[in-house]
Design a protein around this ligand. Structure first.
Ligand code: FDA
Ligand code: NAP
Length: 452
C-alpha cells in the first residue's frame, strides 16, 4: 500500500493502528478467515509509525531469549496449519531440522524478530509504514448516537496528514515506557525501551560508570549486557528488592496464559480476578528468567574469586533524585539498609522501570466520552475486546492490549495473540454480516456456524 492514494474514498471494514505482533496476527487471522472471499473481501488496512517493521528493536540484546514457546507464534494456536507459523518460517529459512536438533522451545529474540519480519513482509500490501495515527473521530456528527463509521487522522513522516475511514478500528499501539516521577530522559538518562539506540550513540570508552535501575527482565538483561560490553566500567544495579526474583514459568502457573484463562478471568468474580494477580503476578512482572539471574551471579562470583570488583548490586534501594551536569549524572539513593542517602555518579543511567498499559483515550480525545467506564474509571470492554458504548454497537473500537483489568494477565503479551486475533476477526465478520443483513442469520465463522 502506498502512503497516498485511495484512502479518502474507501471505507475499510477494519483499520489497525500499530503493526506490532498483535495487529500482524490480526492481519493473518483476517487473511485466513473463511468469510474473507474474493467476491466479498474483508477490507483491512494497517498503519505503523515506524519506518519498517520492528519489535522492541532497542532491546534486541545478544543471546536474549523469548519468554514463550515458539508455538505461541502469530497463528498456530488458532490455526495449526497456517502458512504464517513459526514452523513455516523455519522451513522457509531452511533451519527446521537444525531447530529441532537444538531442542529448545525458546528461540532467541533475534530469531523471533526475523520470523516476525518474514511474516510482516508477506502482508506488506496492506500496511503503511511511517504512518502515525494521531486521532480517531466519528466520521459524521451523530449527537449521542454511535456513528456508523470512523475517521482516522494519519500523519506521515514528512508531516503530511490524511484521513482514513473505517467501520472498525483495532488499537494495538503497545506498552508505554514508565519513568519515575520527576525524572527526565536525555542523552545520558535512558528508559530501557530506547537502550541500544542510546548506547550506540555514545563512545563506550566514555562510559566508566553506569547504573541500571529496576529488578525486572529488562534491568537484568541490560546489566549483563553493560557488564560484558564495558570491561573497563563499574556497573551498578539499583534494585528495589533484596535480590532478583525468578519468573515463574512452571507448567501449572503458566496456565494463566492459556486461552481458557481469558474466559475464567473475564467471567470470574472480582475475588477470582484479584486471586489471579495475587498468586501469579510473578509470572511476568518484576521478575527475571532463571538463566539470566544465574549468569549475573556467576559474573559476580568470578569477581570474588579474582579479587577485583566492578559489578555492584545496591539492594533494597530506590532512586530519590537525579541531577544532571554535562556528562555527569548524580543519583541520590535511598537504601532500606542505610539510614543516610547515598550518592552515585555515573556516565549513563538506564531506567528499566517497566511500562504502563495501553490507554486508548489518547487517540480517542473527546470521542472517548461515548465509551463506558467501570467504577474504577477503567474502560469497560466486551468479551470480543470491543469498547462498550453507551448507545450500543455500530462501529467498533477493539483493543489489543490495555485489557488486563477485563481479560487478564496475557493482555500485553504474545501468549494469546493468535486466539485473540481470531476472536476479533470473527467479531468483525459477524457484525459485518449483521449490518448487511439487518437481522439475524447464520454465518460461518472460523470453521463453526455462529449466530449473527
Ligand atoms: P507492540 O508494542 O509490539 O507494537 C505496537 C506497535 O504500534 C509499535 O510498532 C508502534 O510503533 C506502533 N504504534 C504505536 N502508536 C502508534 C500510532 N499512533 N500510530 C501507528 N503506529 C503506532 N511478551 C511475550 O509474551 N513474550 C516475550 O518474549 C516478550 N518479550 C518482550 C521483550 C521486551 C523487551 C518487551 C518490552 C516486551 C516483551 N513482551 C513479551 C511483551 C510485549 O508487549 C509483546 O511482546 C508485544 O510487543 C505485544 O505486541 P503489540 O503489537 O501489542 O505491541
Ligand atoms: P517490569 O517487569 O515491570 O519491572 C520493572 C522494575 O522496575 C521492577 O523491579 C520495579 O520494581 C522497578 N521499578 C519501577 N519503578 C521504579 C522506581 N521508581 N524506582 C526503582 N525501581 C522501580 O518491567 P520490564 O523488566 O521492562 O518487563 C516488562 C515486560 O517486558 C515483561 O513482560 C517482561 O517479561 C518483558 N521483557 C521480556 C524480555 C525478553 O523476552 N527477553 C526482555 C525484557 C522484558 P517494583 O517491583 O518495586 O515495582
Amino acid at each position: 500500500m502506498g502512503t497516498t492514494g485511495t484512502h479518502n474514498h474507501e471505507i475499510y471494514d477494519v483499520v489497525g493502528i500499530g503493526f506490532g505482533p498483535s495487529n500482524l496476527s490480526l492481519a493473518i487471522a483476517l487473511e485466513e478467515h473463511r468469510a474473507n472471499v474474493p467476491e466479498h473481501p474483508v477490507k483491512a488496512a494497517f498503519f505503523e509509525r515506524q519506518p519498517a517493521f520492528g519489535w522492541h528493536r532497542n532491546m534486541l540484546l545478544p543471546s536474549t531469549t523469548m519468554q514463550i514457546s515458539f508455538l505461541k507464534d502469530l497463528a498456530t494456536f488458532r490455526n495449526p496449519v497456517s502458512r504464517f507459523s513459526f514452523v513455516s518460517y523455519l522451513h522457509a529459512a531452511g533451519r527446521l531440522v537444525q531447530f529441532v536438533n537444538n531442542q529448545d522451545f525458546f528461540p532467541t529474540r533475534q530469531e523471533f524478530h526475523q520470523y516476525l519480519e518474514w511474516a510482516a513482509s508477506g502482508l506488506a500490501d496492506r500496511v503503511s509504514y511511517g504512518s502515525e495515527v494521531t486521532a480517531i473521530r466519528p466520521a459524521q456528527d451523530t449527537g449521542s448516537k454511535t456513528p456508523e463509521h470512523l475517521r482516522l487522522e494519519v500523519r506521515d513522516a514528512a508531516g503530511g496528514v490524511r484521513q482514513v475511514r473505517a467501520r472498525n478500528v483495532t488499537i494495538s499501539t503497545g506498552l508505554v515506557p514508565r519513568m519515575p516521577a520527576g525524572v527526565a530522559r536525555d542523552e545520558r538518562v535512558w528508559h530501557s525501551s530506547e537502550f541500544l539506540e542510546k548506547f550506540h550513540g555514545l563512545d563506550p570508552n566514555e562510559l566508566k560508570s553506569v547504573a541500571v535501575v529496576g529488578a525486572g527482565q529488562s534491568a537484568a538483561e541490560i546489566t549483563r549486557f553493560l557488564y560484558d560490553k564495558l570491561p573497563h566500567a563499574r556497573v551498578s544495579a539499583v534494585i528495589p528488592s533484596y535480590g532478583y526474583s525468578v519468573a515463574d514459568d512452571t507448567p501449572f502457573a503458566n496456565q494463566v496464559f492459556d486461552p481458557a484463562a481469558v474466559d475464567e478471568y473475564y467471567f470470574g468474580t472480582d475475588q477470582a480476578r484479584e486471586a489471579f494477580w495475587h498468586y501469579h503476578r510473578n509470572t511476568n512482572y518484576s521478575v527475571v528468567d532463571d538463566e539470566v539471574i544465574r549468569d549475573l551471579h556467576q559474573r559476580s562470583y568470578e569477581e570474588e574469586v579474582r579479587g577485583s570488583k566492578r559489578l555492584y548490586f545496591l539492594n533494597l534501594t530506590r532512586v530519590a533524585e537525579v541531577t544532571r551536569n554535562g556528562g555527569d549524572t548524580r543519583l541520590t539513593l535511598n537504601s532500606l539498609l542505610d539510614s543516610e542517602p547515598q550518592e552515585l555518579h555515573v556516565d549513563a543511567l538506564v531506567f528499566a522501570t517497566g511500562y504502563e498499559g495501553m490507554d486508548p483515550a489518547r487517540l480517542l480525545g473527546d470521542f472517548d466520552r461515548h465509551f463506558l467506564r467501570d467504577v474504577n474509571g477503567r474502560h469497560r470492554v466486551e468479551r470480543d475486546y470491543r469498547l462498550v458504548t453507551a448507545t450500543g454497537p455500530s462501529c467498533g473500537i477493539y483493543l489489543q492490549g490495555g485489557t488486563e483489568h477485563t481479560h487478564g494477565l496475557s493482555s500485553s503479551l504474545l501468549s494469546n495473540i493468535a486466539v485473540r486475533s481470531g476472536e476479533i476477526a470473527d467479531s468483525i465478520v459477524l457484525r459485518r454480516a449483521e449490518q448487511e443483513q439487518g437481522g439475524a442469520r447464520t454465518v460461518e465463522v472460523a470453521g463453526v456456524a455462529g449466530r449473527a
